[in-house]
Design a protein around this ligand. Structure first.
Ligand code: NAG
Ligand code: NAG
Ligand code: NAG
Ligand code: NAG
Ligand code: NAG
Ligand code: NAG
Ligand code: NAG
Ligand code: NAG
Ligand code: NAG
Ligand code: NAG
Ligand code: NAG
Ligand code: NAG
Length: 407
């Protein structure tokens, strides 16, 4: 089970939404069709439901919804041969039949078409279609004519709808590849237009850490030929807002890898995990004496399989002198866009001038808020020196005193 915290925006309270993913995906249809040599020739996985309107004997219009397809069979599905293109044929319920066929166009060697979708239902089934006025098998046919590159997996997680006056068909979580080459399903995806745009992606983020908890602090570093060149210690929480709903999840350092690069004027920390393809922090030098966080790029996989990407190359956070580190223990927010924020906890970063793999003195973020110009660490160092001087003086006095007593 996976839980998401959803916050209305502006947040006036939280609601915890838990989805049993198994149940959601259990209606998925899947077909792995193999040819005579047992090599995969067609692969498809998808979900669909139907709403059918029919007229009753007492002259009313009634609608029925077919969403639990139960135990579907795939009789008649076919790899294709010289005469006929491949097709997927599905039978379910009492007399429902759904068929999609594919064609290779003579005009193009690099694409094929999802040609027609045909759906049949039988109103003789008086449990599904009680009081149907007209009994018999009805078929609706659509020419889809969707062009797909050969050797790519078509993917459309977004909802697609085919509609006429009697039948509404919904499809989602669609993955299909016909004309599979050499028995190997492609890892390259050809996305439908809806999946390409962020706005249609449902930002439901899988998380095993319910978001109200503070994220675990992770230590990340980047190493080049001169040794460790970038250090970062922080707890990270990502906050995506979509349709006025915020989803918040924590980065688990245990399952997150850090890579990156260090150049004299720029440094990159890239975090990646199974659902965060990458989360890039790009640091830059300004005025030859300070560094700051300049860019954040993120690409994530959402639980519905779609990709969420956002980037801002014009940020200005975590500003500190070169040769020092930037530190902030309290929660801080990096606002990448109106819809994407990163909350940081117990942050310390040093993207430049790391020596011996250790942090240099820190400039604390309280300097940001309070116009407090003396960095805390320097202040602490000054205080330390003062204590040492006092201590030395005190020990000296004691020794002197002791000496006095001894002699
Ligand atoms: C997430 O972002 C929304 C919109 O900016 C904000 O209202 C909400 O407080 C944020 N939640 C957290 C936990 O940062
Ligand atoms: C399809 O079936 C073949 C043969 O049984 C198998 O090797 C292949 O991994 C399967 N592919 C998928 C995507 O399930
Ligand atoms: C069909 O599935 C879609 C997507 O999950 C859903 O929005 C819609 O309500 C379903 N329709 C019916 C009639 O169950
Ligand atoms: C049922 O729907 C059809 C198509 O929309 C319409 O032509 C017909 O008049 C409707 N019948 C009733 C009884 O509402
Ligand atoms: C599959 O379809 C063929 C021809 O349509 C039929 O002969 C066969 O009995 C069907 N098999 C099953 C398991 O339904
Ligand atoms: C696909 O199906 C449609 C309708 O069922 C049919 O008209 C068309 O000829 C078929 N195409 C191929 C290549 O089989
Ligand atoms: C449904 O059809 C069967 C046989 O065709 C019939 O015996 C039964 O009475 C029908 N049920 C209803 C509710 O019409
Ligand atoms: C399929 O195999 C042939 C010969 O082994 C090779 O030339 C071709 O590139 C392969 N195609 C794909 C899509 O892997
Ligand atoms: C390693 O350090 C040397 C001397 O400071 C410097 O010239 C060189 O560019 C550094 N190499 C890398 C990869 O940072
Ligand atoms: C990370 O791993 C440590 C031990 O390896 C474990 O104690 C801790 O609970 C893990 N944290 C998370 C958030 O999974
Ligand atoms: C992290 O890196 C290790 C070693 O390179 C790799 O085995 C692991 O899959 C990576 N994990 C993620 C989440 O990328
Ligand atoms: C971040 O994204 C921007 C815009 O897409 C791009 O110009 C930049 O090169 C990316 N930076 C990194 C480190 O990938």
């Amino acid at each position: 089970m996976v839980c998401f915290r959803l916050a209305p925006v502006p947040g006036s309270g939280f609601l915890l939404l838990c989805l049993v993913l198994g149940a959601v995906s259990s209606y998925a249809l899947e077909l792995n069709l193999t040819d005579s040599s047992k090599a995969t020739c067609l692969y498809a996985k998808w979900q669909m439901n139907f709403t059918i309107r029919y007229e009753t004997t007492d002259m009313h219009n009634k609608t029925v919804t077919i969403s639990d397809l139960g135990a579907a069979t795939y009789n008649g599905s076919f790899c294709g041969d010289d005469q006929n293109g491949p097709k997927i044929a599905v039978q379910f319920g009492s007399g429902f039949s759904w068929i999609v066929n594919f064609t290779k166009e003579a005009s193009s060697a690099s694409t094929y078409l999802v040609d027609h979708i045909s759906f049949s239902y039988n109103t003789n089934d008086n449990t599904t279609f009680p009081d149907a006025k007209e009994k018999g098998v009805f078929t609706v046919n659509y020419r889809v004519a969707l062009k797909i590159p050969l050797n790519e997996m078509f993917r459309c997680n977004s909802l697609s709808t085919l509609e006429n006056s009697d039948v509404v068909q919904h499809y989602w979580d669609v993955h299909v590849q016909a004309f599979v080459q050499n028995g190997t399903v492609s890892t390259t995806e050809f996305l439908c237009d809806k999946d390409k745009t962020i706005t249609t992606a449902v930002p439901i983020i899988p998380t095993t850490v319910p978001s109200p908890t503070k994220p675990v602090v992770g230590s990340y570093s980047v190493v080049n030929s001169n040794g460790t060149c970038l250090l970062a210690t922080m707890g990270l929480q990502l906050n995506i807002t979509h349709d006025k709903v915020a989803s918040v999840f924590n980065i688990n350092p245990n399952t997150t890898n850090a890579t990156g690069s260090c150049q004299p004027q720029t440094a990159l920390l890239r975090l990646s995990s199974s659902n965060v393809k990458y989360l890039d922090f790009v640091f830059a030098v300004k005025n030859e004496n300070r560094f700051y966080l300049k860019e954040v790029n993120v690409t994530m996989l959402l639980v519905n399989g779609s990709v969420y990407s956002i980037s801002n190359t014009n940020l200005s956070y975590w500003d500190a002198p070169l040769g020092s580190s930037y530190m902030c223990n309290k929660e801080q927010t990096v606002s990448v866009s109106g819809a994407f924020q990163i909350n940081t906890f117990d942050l310390r970063v040093q993207p430049f001038s790391v020596t011996e793999g250790k942090y240099s003195t820190a400039q604390d973020c309280s300097a940001d808020d309070d116009n407090f110009l003396v960095p805390i660490a320097v202040g602490a160092a000054l205080a330390g020196v003062l204590i040492l001087v006092l201590l030395a003086y005190f020990i000296g006095l004691k020794r002197h005193h002791a000496g006095y007593e001894q002699f």
